[in-house]
Design a protein around this ligand. Structure first.
Ligand code: TYM
Length: 327
């Protein structure tokens, strides 16, 4: 029996190379090792304001990107969160077992609410309860995510343990799986902040569907420093981030990369990195165009995915309701 994997991405803004290197690429690499469920978490997306037409399009786009990156709907379940109502139902129940203090410790909420000028919704605060529901509905053992989601997976473990200790064994306790390199790709414009879809500055993120010219331009303008040598030095965040991206797209060792750029300047690194990223994303972009040429294909994958996920989710939800004494 393969271990169950569950992971997801919110269809907020454009998917970027942080999502790819930190999450999607790991899912694809280990697709055969696990029994996978990959979700497009649209209910998480509405924790911040969304234009309905754009949100619907982004859900399809992100689904297409999962498939184009190599997620095979025959080997993995791919579905949209809001199409399986058990997610919202379990999130409500879990809410009643999560002390407010646990939620208040979530660094992502603190960061997101600090950045937002308009009102912060209760949903944004409650985001981790829905994420816990996503994971716990499917007896998940492994949650492959980037560094920023680790704390949310910890909270999921805590609430599962708390529930189990009150009602007896109900939930399996999941673990996060975080890549050794690429778990936190930084913004190109500001390498001290994480690359994020909610950051709108033009030079911030390389999006998975960016054109050749746009990718080149963003990398050429990336913030570096006033030193010269091209080495993996964590205290120089700009160059370090560019080198990590280079390492991940080429698969070369750090020693070889440093030797390769020895005596060269930042302009040479940026030019070559642009080429490497463009070539690295090319197969995904080509496949994406092929897949989306048939406008019905993605919807059929998503509807089949939801049909496969629903009975599993319902089974857990029924058990939970039974345990709690609902209904
Ligand atoms: P989201 O949509 O912010 O990000 C999706 C995935 O991409 C990773 N990621 C990054 N990795 C490296 N560098 C970056 N700059 C970077 N930015 C994002 C994230 O760590 C994540 O793995 N709450 C989640 C989605 C979610 C989920 C789940 C994940 C909802 N339910 C259940 C796992 C299991 C989120 O908003 O991720």
């Amino acid at each position: 029996m393969k271990k169950r994997v569950f992971s997801g991405i919110a269809p907020t803004g454009d998917a970027h190379i942080g999502n790819y290197l930190g999450a999607i690429r790991q899912w694809v690499k280990r697709q055969d090792d696990f029994d996978n469920i990959f979700c497009i978490v649209d209910l998480h997306a509405i924790t911040v304001s969304q234009d309905p037409t754009i949100l619907k399009a982004k859900i399809r786009e992100l689904s297409g990107l999962y498939l184009a990156a190599g997620i095979d709907p025959k080997r993995s379940i791919v579905f949209v969160q809001s199409q399986v109502s058990a997610h919202s139902e379990l999130a409500w129940i879990l809410n009643c077992f999560i002390p407010v203090g646990w939620m208040q410790r979530m660094t992502q909420f603190k960061e997101k609410s600090r950045k937002r000028k308009e009102q912060v919704s209760t949903g944004l605060f409650d985001y981790p309860a829905l994420m816990a529901a996503d994971i716990l509905l499917y007896d998940t053992e492994v949650v492959p995510v980037g560094d920023d989601q680790k704390q949310h997976v910890e909270l999921t473990r805590d609430v599962a343990q708390r529930f189990n200790s009150i009602y007896g064994q109900t939930f399996r306790i999941p673990e996060s799986l975080i890549p050794e390199v690429g778990a936190r790709i930084m913004g190109l414009d500001d390498p001290t902040t994480k690359m994020s879809a909610s950051e709108t500055a033009v030079g911030h993120a390389i999006n998975l569907l960016d054109s050749v010219e746009v990718i080149q331009g963003k990398i050429l303008r990336a913030t570096t420093d006033s030193q010269r040598d091209i080495v993996f030095d964590g205290s120089r965040p700009g160059i370090y981030n560019l080198l990590v991206i280079y390492e991940l797209f080429t698969g070369k060792s750090r020693k070889d990369i440093e030797a390769h750029f020895d005596g060269q300047g930042y302009a040479a690194l940026k030019k070559e990195l642009g080429e490497v990223v463009i070539e690295g994303l090319r197969p995904l972009q080509t496949r994406y165009r092929e897949l989306t040429a048939d406008p019905t294909y993605i919807d059929s994958v998503l509807s089949e995915g939801a049909d496969r996920a629903r009975p599993q989710a319902e089974k857990t939800l029924t058990l939970v309701k039974e345990r709690v004494g609902l209904g």
